[in-house]
Design a protein around this ligand. Sequence first.
Ligand code: 5GP
Length: 196
Amino acid sequence: MSGGARPGPERRPQSWVGVDPMLGSVVVTADEIARRVEELGAQITLDYAARPPLLVGVLKGAFVFLADLSRFIELPVEMDFMAVGSYGAATKTSGVVRIVKDLDLDLSGRDVIVVEDIVDSGLTLSYLRKSLLARGPASLAICTLLLKTGQQQASFDVDYVGFEIPPDFVVGYGLDVAERYRNLADLRVYVGGEPE
Ligand code: 5GP
């Protein structure tokens, strides 16, 4: 690039958000998310100092979180992605989990951190955990940006949690309804009905 140093771009106002009747109150602001993601990155850096982890992002919802989190981990991490389906376009869990896209990398002997956007019933993660543990990783930890309080039907440990939130359906920061709202900077309640 030529010329002197330029200030970074300001965060866009996202003025379209204010006129969308499907969007309710802000649950977590972009600034709160940024601060917490930095803390999580620092914690993971400490915990994995001698053994850089393989980050497994669960598509699509975790892509924004993983992109930010990985840049706050001061270690030579590797990344891979998998896609699972449990919701389709509906806002209620179906309880059915299937792998839509599997990992490219071999997990055997690796220190793996699964990076999720949100744990609701826990069915998705409990299935994923079982499936990934069967591949012989040295260790398997779970990092989720959001945990809905009191909703879990499956019991398991979540090692890193960004925020515990009430059981409303939320969108933004990677989370969607029928592929929309992933680019919202804040996390908001979705107040619309079931998407078509
Ligand atoms: P679980 O299996 O824990 O019930 O659901 C996990 C998955 O459901 C998440 O990875 C996410 O894709 C979806 N999900 C659960 N709660 C919400 C929510 O409040 N908003 C959105 N957009 N997706 C959710």
